[in-house]
Design a binder for this molecule. Structure first.
Ligand SMILES: [Zn+2]
Length: 281
């Protein structure tokens, strides 16, 4: 018997699937041979100059240093709908120019709405890793989407909204919302999951995206801000709980190791900026 290589078998399976109508039902390719289409696209949601990197570690690992951080947003396109992950810096920075606020100098060259319009995408769902100003800045870009909200984070936002001069929190809080606790399987097939990993904020979450070609990807939110933060396991001074952060880092690393997931540190400029506009499949 001639042994066929796997690609040949896959090709044959694909042909069988196309000709399904004229073939007996038992000859059709099994369903799992055709996974749902799923892509992940990196979008530019601004730049943050950290003027005092020291605040990114309770142990002082970065004292006296400065750095440039990317601010990335992510578009997930699944055959059953689209999800926008994180909302970046406020759109007003495009017209207004760079702004210094405390230890950060922030800037934005393109709005999220423009980048979505360019792709002809209107998100069905929106979710945030957490509610810090650099992750909720452009809720208007997701207008009409359903917000998949980690309940603990949403509650913290309700308390913080009155003091939020940008109005971003109030805008997002007014969205049609589906709240959940812990984990949310966005499209019901296990391929896109919001997973709570608290400690940076009370309901901080990461995103799992299981791509066909790339393999599983973990978007780390602000569990880590820099590649070296992952190596050093540094904990920012402004986190809501150091103990919860450390427990989340352990859970995250266990998941990454067990699944071989590619980890993306959303603020790591060197990793993320070259990916802007790129679609992973
Ligand atoms: Zn943050």
């Amino acid at each position: 018997m001639i042994r066929r290589s796997l690609p040949v078998l896959l090709l044959l399976a694909a042909c069988a699937s196309e000709n399904e109508g004229s073939m007996p039902a038992e000859a059709a390719a099994p369903k799992e041979a055709a996974p749902a289409s799923l892509t992940l696209t990196a979008l530019d949601c601004g730049t943050i100059e950290a003027l005092d990197l020291g605040i990114f570690d309770v142990g002082g690992a970065y004292d006296g240093q400065t750095d440039t951080l990317a601010d990335s947003c992510w578009l997930i396109e699944h055959e059953d709908g689209t999800l926008l992950w994180d909302l970046g810096l406020p759109a007003g920075l495009v017209e207004g120019g760079p702004m210094t606020d405390g230890p950060f100098r922030v800037s934005l060259t393109r709005t999220l709405a423009d980048q979505l319009a360019e792709r002809g995408v209107t998100p069905d769902f929106v979710a945030i890793s957490h509610s810090h100003f650099d992750h909720v800045g452009q809720p208007e870009a997701a207008e009409g989407a359903v917000w998949l909200a980690q309940r603990d984070e949403r509650e913290a936002m309700e308390e913080a909204a009155a003091a939020d001069e940008t109005g971003s929190l109030a805008t997002l809080l007014a969205f049609e919302t589906e709240s959940f606790d812990g984990e949310r399987d966005v499209f019901g097939d296990g391929r896109v999951k919001i997973i709570e990993m608290r400690g940076h904020t009370p309901g901080h979450s990461v995103l799992w995206v299981d791509l066909a070609e790339t393999g599983p990807v973990l978007l780390a939110g602000d569990l880590y801000h820099l590649d070296r933060a992952r190596e050093l396991r540094t904990v920012p001074t402004f986190n809501s709980s150091e103990a919860e952060t450390r427990a989340s880092m352990a859970a995250f690393e266990a998941l990454a190791q067990e699944t071989g997931a590619r980890v993306i540190i959303q603020h790591e400029d060197a990793d993320v900026a070259p990916l802007y506009g790129t679609t992973l499949r």
